[in-house]
Design a protein around this ligand. Structure first.
Ligand code: KG4
Ligand code: ZN
Length: 327
């Protein structure tokens, strides 16, 4: 079965073609250069760029995978959560193409696609604790099977990636902040400044990063920070985020008696996060970095899992910006 995947929920236009569970091609057109001058994603600019690129990227994906349009069996497309205008471009495109080709579509929950993206590269055992950490989300799930997962924790305010991006913007380091802070931190001491580890109470799996962000900003305002202090400063900040994420996920695994952990989303590319997760006793799995950040292969993949169970969507599918569950 050949599935075309389309993902436009935020600031990357992504198209992929998979055959059963095998990736034929996965293309990501990043909009970082468009948004970096604003220090964050500008929704209207994101939608316009998706519209400009989507047709070309589908043609490129067909060319790269040596597949004719007529060979596509299904189209899987993200319909939430995400920016409504951005979702609308991918969804309208997918619905029109499916209608023209007389093929079915399957609407995919972006978070569910992240949670199960590990299966693009590895077959692992259910259940597992899934941590999705990105610019828009910090979510903790117990994943019992495909289509069967329960939320056990979420952020009350900023997402972890958002906290990285805001701090980098505050220090004028550039965008996206997480990547830059990760790089600079390699030259810093992570115990130079003791920032709070937010909400480390037992049996509470929710996250909050806005207090940590405020504590960081207050520290910078109170002390005369020099250029040479930045590595220690951001490294200590990164350490507080990493410790919180690792601690809560490990505690969730203990509480629910689950040994396997999957960490995904853009922040899962963070080198310190990977290092510290690899020190704990659980089996911890990370997708490759290009499948941690937004991509359409993960969308095609979970779409395929639904399709083989006979579940499809109809053409009246609409974007749901705050989508919680699929179907
Ligand atoms: O999953 P993603 O590509 O897009 C969504 O937000 O859905 O994640 C982007 C986020 C940004 O906030 C970015 O700063 C963060 O992931 N990020 C990182 C790293 N690479 C990307 N954060 C920390 N360390 C990294 N190496
Ligand atoms: Zn994402």
């Amino acid at each position: 079965m050949i599935v075309l995947g389309v993902e436009t929920s935020c600031d990357d236009t992504c198209v992929a073609i998979i055959e059963n569970n095998k990736i034929l091609t996965s293309i990501v057109s990043s909009q970082t250069d468009i948004h970096k001058e604003f220090g964050g994603v500008v929704p209207e600019l994101a939608s316009r760029d998706h519209l400009k690129n989507i047709q070309f990227l589908v043609e490129k994906a067909l060319f790269e995978s040596k597949i004719e349009l007529s060979q596509i069996d299904f189209i899987a497309v993200t319909y939430g959560p995400g920016l409504v205008g951005a979702l609308l471009i991918g969804l309208s495109y997918a619905k029109s193409l499916a209608y023209a080709l007389n093929k079915q579509i399957i609407g995919v929950n972006h978070i569910e696609a992240h949670l199960t993206s590990i299966f693009l590269e590895k077959e692992i055992q259910f259940p597992y604790i899934g941590l999705v950490v990105s610019g828009g989300h910090t979510l903790l799930y117990k994943v019992n099977n495909f289509r069967n997962y329960e939320i056990i924790g979420r952020t009350c305010d900023d997402a972890a990636g958002e906290a990285f991006d805001k701090i980098a913007k505050f220090l004028n380091l550039g965008y996206p902040g997480g990547v830059i802070i990760d790089k600079i931190s390699k030259k810093g001491k992570c115990d130079a400044i003791s920032f709070p580890r937010p909400m480390l109470k037992p049996d509470n799996f929710d996250f909050s990063f806005s207090g940590l962000k405020t504590s960081f900003i207050n520290h910078v305002k109170k002390n005369k920070i020099k250029e040479t202090d930045i590595p220690d400063l951001v490294c200590s900040f990164q350490e507080a985020i990493v410790d919180t994420l690792v601690h809560k996920t490990k505690e969730a695994a203990r509480k629910f008696n689950v040994n396997n952990i999957v960490v995904t989303g853009g922040v899962a590319c963070n080198s310190r996060l990977r290092e510290k997760f690899n020190l704990i006793e659980n089996n911890v799995y990370f997708p490759s970095p290009n499948f941690c950040t937004d991509n359409a292969a993960m969308v095609a993949h979970i779409g395929y899992r639904y399709l083989i169970e006979g579940i499809t969507s109809n053409y009246s599918l609409e974007p749901i910006p705050s989508l919680k569950r699929n179907m």
